[in-house]
Design a protein around this ligand. Structure first.
Ligand code: ADP
Ligand code: ZN
Length: 730
């Protein structure tokens, strides 16, 4: 019986990879033992190896069923580059090509055969396959079997009756669908019992998640792209018009972008998609029509220029970034205006459909508005409990999100101006009153006589805009679509009466400083950029010559390692990540020549790969110039909270929040005098601690509610900080 040692050998020799990723080993072991299996892993998780490696170990044929016809050529190209004998049958082939492949099958020349489901169900193909030794049937995109999934394919329903007839074949279902309901449906429909289901975590660690307020989207996108020169990425827009417009604007600004949407002819779409896959264009600006047939591994960013439909589509779309495991950036430009548009569409619906759409929007808003690690809400949506104290890869955890502070006073000013003008006006008018403007409109209504006229001068226009955003976000006011006037909600009345405080972010959103914090082992190598560039050029040249996508030849991580270790011989080359025997033979001299020439010119010596520690600890650090870091440092040096607050001219509560971030990033602070600044009595303190015991110390809201809102957030935060430190900074 074949064993896992053999599989490891194939992993090293053929693929040039060092080790299996989580679950790959178990799944492959299962397949080798001919146990039917369902593998659920996120995009980029490494599902393909789960059938490709057994295919090389089995004597007979492995069939891969996939609905994504446009991907089959690239998949087969990739396998061929690894020296594996693979082919495909689908409607895109000419009669001649089709016949040639059938011939290969008849002569038992193939290890892997990719098929569209409708091709497999054809009588002549089935009859041919029945006569052969089929050892494994891998059903890719297995969620297509479920009517609950997003792309149900009726032909998938017939697959189980086909698989049954291949006595010697083990069935492997594969999907990246995270929804438990669909997962269950797949298992039932394919007859795969629970015992053989493997579910990987859906956390894509290498994706940096960032949500920012959309203020000037074109400029925001341009600023982002400037940090991503020469990277491949996708920008999602809501409508075809927006796609066309943004593409034009980007090209006018010197970027290299192509559009993709259903309004473009089929041939233009195919051309633009291929240009992207082959690195001939960097950026694709697209509607949701783009992406299904893309498995480009080195997509370095995904921007949501507009709101996605729901969390599931958002997750799927950002999932197209970073399949190769290298760090990739996901930017979501959010505005309440966009949410309002979606709400407007929802209101046109009715009944169950409306209810579901509302729920989807709400879940997305929860994600956007979360004042906690983005991964908690995102993974929580799929039923996964994420409880790392700091993911190091989202705007919240890297301290990019501004502090929340008590904004009750400006909020009251705004609301009372609304009340005094009978809720008949929009945002700009209210703001003009608050800022004491002499505009015609203001004077015409005698609004310069109001007691709130000019009382908002202590805040700038952008700061007022932030206050307004908080009001909308927290449902304190609503905007009437028809007349664009602002209305108070019952919450607003409580605030005006002084019964309720409001917390929010008032700081102007600043251009964020980012410290890349969670690089993979390969990315933390300080590789030679110039050599990397030359290697990329060589890759492009070879790809063009052979009519394949550049990543088919070598992935970026392989080139990065080459540009760090400067391998000078075939033996050293084989130690590089992603270089197996066949690729080394095929492309080795081409790349070695580039490296040798470059090394000679610059007097560089080969570095030995084995001397490098395999796993460097991944540090999740705060940037040294971030506020939490400075605050934590001062506190450690004995400065008091009051002292620090006056140094930075912020509230003590803000200092405490900074200390919480500092501690959550793994730093430590002395605990002895922490509670001195609390003004709670002993018994109150006990009540608070009990409430934290009950609800955990991650979130304040439940504790605040539990105590009937009797203890302020500032006080709660002090205790929270104490508990976090006491529990060993978890
Ligand atoms: P999925 O089908 O789950 O989206 P893929 O099978 O395409 O993911 O794998 C994603 C990327 O990860 C590919 O570039 C693949 O070569 C790489 N990969 C898979 N398994 C390993 C491994 N054990 N070590 C290194 N790279 C791997
Ligand atoms: Zn996080």
């Amino acid at each position: 019986m074949p064993d896992i040692k053999q599989a490891e050998h194939v992993l090293h020799e053929v693929f040039g990879f060092e080790e299996f990723r989580s679950l790959q080993k178990d799944i492959i072991q299962n397949i080798l033992n001919k146990k039917d299996t369902l593998a659920i892993m996120p995009t980029g998780g490494g599902k393909s190896l789960c059938y490709q490696i057994p295919a090389l170990i089995f004597d007979g044929l492995t069939i891969v069923v996939s609905p994504l016809i446009s991907l089959m050529k690239d998949q087969v190209d990739q396998l061929t580059a690894y020296g594996i004998s693979a082919s495909y049958l689908n409607s895109s082939l000419s009669a001649q090509e089709y016949e040639a492949t059938l011939d290969q099958i008849r002569r038992n020349k193939l290890d892997l055969l990719y098929l569209a489901p409708e091709t497999l169900l054809k009588g002549n193909v089935l009859n041919l396959l029945y006569g052969l030794n089929v050892e494994c049937i891998a059903i890719d995109e297995a969620h297509c079997i479920s009517e609950w999934g997003h792309d149900f394919r009726p032909e998938y329903r017939q697959l189980s009756s086909v698989t049954e007839k291949f006595d010697n074949a083990v069935t492997l279902g594969l999907t990246a669908t995270a929804t438990p309901r669909v997962q269950k449906d797949i298992a039932n429909s394919l007859g795969l019992s629970n015992a053989n289901t493997f579910v990987a975590s859906f956390n894509r660690k290498n994706l940096y998640l960032d949500v920012v307020n959309k203020s000037n989207p074109l400029q925001q996108v341009i600023n982002f792209l400037r940090r991503h020169e020469e990277d491949s990425g996708i920008i999602y827009c809501f409508s075809r018009n927006q796609v066309d417009e943004l593409t034009q604007n980007l090209n006018a600004n010197g970027f290299n972008a192509l559009p993709y949407h259903a309004g473009l002819g089929e041939s233009i779409r195919t051309h633009n998609q291929n240009a992207f896959i082959r690195d001939e264009v960097d950026i694709i600006v697209a509607t949701i029509a783009f992406g299904m047939g893309i498995d480009k591994p080195d997509v370095r960013f995904v921007i949501h220029h507009d709101m996605p439909k729901n969390i599931e589509s958002y997750y799927q779309q950002i999932g197209r970034a970073g399949r190769d495991g290298l760090q990739s950036d996901c930017l979501f430009l959010f505005s309440y205006g966009d949410a309002g548009k979606i709400r407007y569409f929802i209101n046109q619906k009715s009944g169950e459909e409306q209810r579901v759409a509302e729920e989807h929007l709400q879940k997305l808003m929860d994600y956007v508005e979360a004042h906690q690690c983005r991964r908690i809400k995102l993974l929580g949506y799929f039923g996964e409990h994420f409880n790392e104290p700091n993911c190091g890869m989202c705007d919240f955890c890297t301290g990019d999100t501004p502090e929340r502070e008590n904004i009750t006073v400006p909020v009251q000013k705004f609301l009372s101006t609304m009340a005094r003008t009978e809720q008949r006006f929009g945002y700009n008018h209210i703001l003009n009153i608050l800022l004491g403007s002499r505009r015609k409109e203001v004077l015409k209504f005698n609004h310069d006589k109001l007691s709130t006229y000019g009382i908002g001068k202590n805040l700038s226009r952008p700061e007022w805009k932030q206050v307004y955003r908080e009001l909308m976000k927290q449902d304190i006011i609503v905007r009437e679509i028809e007349h664009k006037s602002l209305k108070l909600t019952p919450k607003a009345r409580e605030i005006l009466k002084g019964n309720q405080e409001v917390f929010g972010v008032i700081e102007e959103p600043v251009q964020k400083k980012r410290t890349k914090s969670s690089k993979s082992d390969i990315e933390s190598l300080d590789f030679n950029r110039n050599l990397f560039k030359r290697l990329k050029e060589k890759r492009m040249e070879l790809a063009r010559k052979q009519g394949v996508a550049p990543f088919v030849i070598f992935g970026d991580s392989t080139l990065i390692e080459m540009a760090y270790y400067y391998p000078q011989s075939e033996e050293s080359l084989l130690k590089i990540h992603g270089v197996g025997r066949a690729k080394s033979k095929k492309y080795g001299t081409d790349f070695l020549d580039v490296i040798l020439e470059f090394s000679q010119q610059h007097n560089l010596k080969e570095r030995s790969k084995s001397a490098q520690p395999k796993h460097k600890p991944v540090k999740k650090t705060l940037s040294k110039n971030s506020r939490p870091y400075e605050v934590g440092h001062m506190f450690r040096n004995g400065r008091s909270v009051q002292d620090i607050a006056s140094h930075f001219d912020v509230k003590e509560g803000t200092v405490i929040s900074n200390l919480i971030k500092y501690v959550k990033a793994g730093e430590s602070i002395p605990i002895d005098h922490l509670l001195d600044i609390s003004s709670l009595s002993k018994s109150e303190m006990q009540r608070v601690r009990k409430a934290f015991d009950k609800h955990g110390h991650e979130m304040l809201r439940p504790v605040y509610d539990e105590l009937n809102e009797s203890v302020s957030y500032d006080e709660l935060r002090i205790v929270q900080l104490y508990l976090i430190v006491e529990n060993g900074s978890r």
